[in-house]
Design a protein around this ligand. Structure first.
Ligand code: MN
Length: 198
């Protein structure tokens, strides 16, 4: 059985950038629903006791397994996203990741602009990502449930740009949500840990 991992902080820990109300619905309803759907779909199949990442990799690109893919990937994406956020974080990183932002992405201001642009221009539901691929940092966006690792990129940070992530707090103003997350919540320590394992 797949389980809903605990949030790494209290539901009001990201307030006021992301309210406790948003987090309560996003984690307690949306994330939980993906876990419940995955358990229902995996029951009695070869995936019932499989590691989550194996389910995602095995079902990616298979139209007959789209339900398993969407729900397993969304379980993974949300667990990852919670760790990408931290109250009182955001701003400029240091260390190796800062050097790579300089060399691969043109510096922190260019990163901010391009990362926000990827998040804002993802048409419809999806995710903005900072990834490592081939020893370099890259910014990308993916639609719906798709995580970058199915195409060989290692995720370092993500921002959920599905409307449910921001609509209660920002309504249609996705750019305001994205920029507030970048400035005040991005957990660069978590990104550095992911980069060290890439
Ligand atoms: Mn979401």
């Amino acid at each position: 059985m797949f389980t809903l991992p605990p949030l790494p902080y209290a539901e009001n820990a990201l307030d006021p950038v992301i309210s406790a109300n948003t987090l309560s619905f996003h984690y307690g309803k949306h994330h939980k629903a993906y876990v419940d759907n995955l358990n229902n779909l995996a029951k009695g199949t070869e995936y019932e006791n499989a590691p989550l990442e194996k389910v995602i990799r095995d079902t990616a690109g298979k139209p007959e397994k789209i339900g398993l893919f969407n729900n397993s990937a969304q379980v993974w994406n949300h667990t990852f996203y919670w760790s990408c956020l931290k109250g009182g974080a955001g701003g400029k990183p240091g260390g190796r990741i800062a050097q790579m932002i300089e060399s691969d992405l043109g510096g922190f201001d260019a990163f901010k602009k391009d990362f926000a642009n990827a998040c804002v221009t993802q048409f419809g539901s999806g995710w903005g990502w900072l990834v490592a691929e081939g020893g370099k940092l890259k910014i990308m966006k993916t639609p719906n449930a798709e995580p970058p690792f199915i195409k060989g990129a290692t995720p370092l940070l993500t921002v959920d740009v599905w409307e449910h992530a921001y609509y209660l707090d920002y309504q249609n103003r996705r750019p305001d949500y994205v920029n507030a997350v970048i400035d005040r919540l991005l957990n660069w320590d978590f990104a550095a840990e992911n980069l060290a394992r890439a």
